[in-house]
Design a protein around this ligand. Structure first.
Ligand SMILES: [Zn+2]
Length: 373
């Protein structure tokens, strides 16, 4: 049996002081008050980056002019990156995730080009095979393209890209296709252009669809907000929403009512749109939260502790514990892994030296457990 005594531990119920943890063959068998002296620092489950795009590693696209402009630039960049450069950048991205104490990711991918590197990594989580298609005629073919099994240690799940790039038929088919423990995700309410497109079918997204030669006429704008649209389609209880940068008021009430989780990617939001979601409104309503970095093409790094830092800086009134739960348990519930310190769990544990500035300390992965017979 292995024994660990720690000054602080992040339990599902909150931060606890002076805790003893026992582990037998990697399984947690006891969590209780420590009878003796404790090692300093905070022990918590390995981190979960619930929304990233490793396939975009090595690309950097300037932001500040909104999402449609950023996406157009990114499409050009993707075409110019060689497969060898991409593979090297993905390997570097995965190494940085491992070094930052991340145990699991939600990798959103159209190309599946990070699969091999993920299979060889220490990471687990979900491979979200992302599909697009604004014309309902393309729905069947898009769904059929999700075939290739997930890398070892990962759940495979089809996910639609966003309401401005997918027909309602495709949103329903992909989100309703949940086959394993990973909750389908959807980019939602990230930028004002999405609201305009859903309101009347016009604006920058209409221009992008025309530029790509898509059958935009097949889309009938619902004339409501993105959250109301998903409610009408009956999807809010089946999906985790990524971003929700513009979601406010009654739409947040609806998310709380339906228990819809939100994955916050604040560094990406600041880069692309210069806005942040109504984070206090989400916390007040008890909306389940997780954290993601998005890709390095829009975010600063793949380390979710960097997202914690931004949230603490912008919303100092919210206790850091909220973000530590979102960066572990909250993300685990979305990507279908256990990232909580509970009896029976085999979750990886990491330690950070200074709990008050968790985002600034480098996590230790090899915690010194003592042995007891
Ligand atoms: Zn994304």
């Amino acid at each position: 049996m292995q024994v660990l005594r720690t000054q602080w531990a992040l339990l599902p119920t909150g931060l606890a002081q002076n805790i003893e943890i026992h582990r037998v063959d990697g399984v947690i068998t006891h969590i209780g008050p420590a009878p003796g002296p404790c090692a300093p620092g905070l022990v918590l489950p390995g981190l979960v980056n619930a929304h990233t795009h490793l396939e975009l590693c090595g690309l950097q696209q300037p932001g500040g002019e909104g999402l449609p402009h950023w996406v157009r630039g990114l499409m050009g960049q993707r075409r110019s990156q060689s497969p060898a450069d991409q593979a090297a950048a993905v390997a570097q991205g995965i190494a940085s995730l491992e070094a930052s104490g991340t145990q699991s990711v939600g990798e959103v991918t159209n190309s599946r080009s990070a699969d091999l590197a993920l299979a060889e990594s220490s990471l687990s989580g979900a491979v979200y095979h992302e599909i697009l298609g604004i014309d309902p005629e393309d729905c069947e073919e898009a769904m059929a393209s999700v075939q290739k099994p997930a890398p070892t240690g990962f759940h495979l799940q089809a996910v639609p890209h966003a309401p401005y790039s997918c027909s309602p038929e495709l949103l329903i088919a992909a989100i309703s296709s949940q086959r394993g423990p990973a909750l389908p995700t959807l980019h939602l309410d990230e930028d004002p252009a999405e609201r305009q497109f859903l309101r009347d079918g016009s604006g920058p997204w209409a221009d992008v669809l025309d530029f790509l030669g898509r059958n935009r006429a097949a889309f009938k704008p619902p004339g409501c907000t993105p959250v109301q649209y998903l409610e009408r389609l009956g999807l809010l209880e089946k999906v985790a929403l990524v971003h929700c940068t513009l979601t406010r008021g009654e739409d947040l009430d609806l998310l709380a009512e339906r228990g819809t989780p939100v994955v916050l990617c604040p560094s990406s939001n600041l880069h692309i749109t210069g806005m942040l979601p109504d984070v206090p409104g989400m916390v007040e309503r008890g909306i389940p939260l997780a954290l993601g970095t998005d890709s390095t093409a829009s975010g600063q790094s793949l380390d979710v502790m960097g997202e914690v830092r931004i949230l603490v800086e912008h919303f100092p009134e919210i206790p850091v514990e909220v973000w530590l739960q979102a960066a572990t348990r909250g993300g685990g519930r979305i990507v279908g892994v256990q990232a909580e310190l509970v009896l029976g769990a085999t979750t990886e544990l990491i330690r950070i030296a200074n709990p008050a500035e968790a985002w600034a300390s480098s996590p230790e992965r090899n915690i010194p457990w003592s042995s007891r017979g």
